[in-house]
Design a protein around this ligand. Structure first.
Ligand code: NDP
Length: 480
């Protein structure tokens, strides 16, 4: 059985405890590797290494830092197939998705921030004849990056890359549920010649290794992506130490479909925005509101398409729907289907576990599920499910749909389908969310600010926003 290792001070190391945690293969439900069960001793070693590396890394010219990061990107690119297979095996996602989205995005994150840092500039404010103020943007020091299991390499590198580009040293923890590509990345960082201690990857449980990162007084900033409840706990621990925090949290995203939309384009994209990655993308739309004149036509066509989306072996090139990430998660998602029934919902398709044949018999598969007949404010429509389950609801007016769309405690993403330009702008401006897609979904430009409002997060990542987060602004005022 393969034992993964931490990456501390440039070395692959065993956890101080000597203990390991089982790592599961969602497609078969079997343990296939072991993850270091790290604790505060490993985090301390990582912080020591990062602190020692910081003066050298911060003083390294941005162009030189960028070169090393571009080298890491090119090594991920070289190992694309190996990384995609590893991501699919670890997470249960179709290998085609890992090839098309996850690993290319890991590469882009390194390339984007490696080049962005060379264009990053700070402000200057002249006070007529009296003085000039200029802003220095200096790296913070040792920063923490904690990421979830749904887009493992994609979100891990989304944090690490801007932190490193800005001159910080990093202590990072991937989700213990999907550690494999982070481990492979540590091998590539060694090969790329990243100086020891600049990036440290500590594997282990959130409540132990993750908590030790959050509690460590010398980790000055934390970028976290994960659930809202975990984010709240993290903020409670970090706030009294006045750490800088970026929190990317849960969502319950509305899809608003007006009757004048391009039906075919909307239908195709809505199937994707509902069920891509088994519905386990924070940006998936889980509440679908359809203007009443289109409702029955939409329902019939949507359910017919969704029924064709049957789960299959994630390792098969033709599979479009894989396994969900864990048994616990499968049970949580299915419990929401039961709740929906109790709340008066009708399951139009799916709603159950799919038991596959042979080796995949014990794997964690759920038939994509569409539910109707629920009130907009019931629990099923207010709480994050984060799986292949969507609800559909009719609406009559723009005011009504905005009220329903904005009724949850979340505000991460929304999708609007209409050909009416003025309405598109009007609705976009009134939706309470950090991102609104009109007539598209998941079209991402890495220069744009990314993040949520309400309980979906605090702060923005992406583009120069991320570089601002990972630097401290210092104003220098010179009297003339
Ligand atoms: P969790 O909040 O459970 O975990 C996220 C990360 O935090 C994991 O690495 C986890 O480790 C770690 N962690 C858990 N407890 C602690 C703690 N006390 N201190 C420090 N770290 C801790 O989220 P999931 O992994 O279940 O991810 C799914 C969630 O992420 C969903 O709510 C989803 O909406 C959200 N998400 C948000 C995105 C956004 O951009 N806003 C993007 C993608 C997902 P471990 O896994 O070992 O427990």
């Amino acid at each position: 059985m393969q034992h993964l290792a931490n990456y501390i001070n440039g070395q692959l190391t065993a956890p101080a405890s000597g203990n390991y945690i089982d790592n599961y293969h969602p497609a078969t439900g079997k343990v296939y590797s072991l993850i270091p069960d790290s604790d505060s001793r490993d985090v301390q070693a990582a912080v020591d290494a990062a602190k020692a590396a910081f003066p050298g890394w911060a003083a390294t010219p941005a162009e030189q830092r960028a070169k090393i990061m571009m080298k890491i990107a090119s090594l991920i690119s070289r190992d694309m197939e190996k990384m995609a297979q590893a991501e699919s095996k670890d997470n249960g996602k179709p290998v085609s998705l890992a090839r098309m989205v996850d690993i290319p995005r890991g590469i882009s994150n390194f390339e984007f921030f490696a080049t962005a840092i060379m264009h990053f500039a700070a402000e200057s404010h002249a006070m007529e004849d009296h003085a000039i103020n200029y802003t220095l943007r200096q790296p913070i020091g040792v920063v923490g990056c904690i990421s979830p299991w749904n887009l493992p390499l994609y979100l891990f590198t989304w944090k690490i890359a801007p932190a490193l580009a800005a001159g910080n040293c990093v202590v990072a923890k991937p989700s213990e549920i999907t550690p494999m590509t982070a481990f492979l990345l540590s091998e590539l960082c060694i090969e790329a010649g990243l100086p020891a201690g600049v990036l440290n990857i500590v594997h282990g449980l959130g409540g132990r290794a993750g908590q030790a990162i959050v509690e460590h007084p010398e980790i000055k900033a934390i970028s976290f992506t994960g659930g809202t409840k975990t984010g709240a706990g993290l903020a409670a621990t970090a706030a009294p130490m006045f750490k800088k925090l970026s929190l990317e949290l849960g969502g319950k995203n509305p899809n608003i479909i007006f009757a004048d939309c391009d039906f075919e384009q909307m239908l195709k994209t809505t199937v994707q925005s509902s069920f891509a990655n088994q519905g386990q993308i924070c940006l998936c739309g889980s509440r679908i509101f359809v203007e009443r004149p289109l409702y029955e036509q939409f329902k019939a066509a949507f359910v017919e398409r969704v029924k064709q989306l049957t789960p299959g072996d994630p390792a098969n090139d033709h599979t479009r729907m894989g396994a969900v990430v864990s048994q616990a998660h499968m049970e949580k998602v299915l419990s929401y289907v039961e709740l929906a029934k109790e709340e008066g919902g009708t399951v139009l398709c799916g709603g159950h576990r799919v038991v596959m044949e042979g080796e995949l018999r014990e794997g964690w598969y759920i038939a994509p599920t569409v539910i109707e007949g629920l009130a907009y404010n019931c629990r099923t429509n207010q709480e994050e499910i984060f799986g292949p389950v969507v609800t559909i609801m009719p609406f009559d007016t723009e005011e009504e749909v905005l009220m329903m769309a904005n009724s949850t405690p979340y505000g991460l993403a929304a999708t609007v389908w209409t050909q009416h330009l003025t309405r598109a702008h009007r609705v976009a401006s009134k939706i309470e969310s950090g991102i609104v897609w009109i007539n598209c979904w998941l079209l991402r430009d890495l220069r744009t600010p990314f993040g949520g409002v309400k309980q979906s997060g605090v702060g923005r990542e992406g583009g120069f926003e991320a570089l601002r987060f990972f630097t401290e602004a210092k104003n220098v005022c010179i009297k003339l």
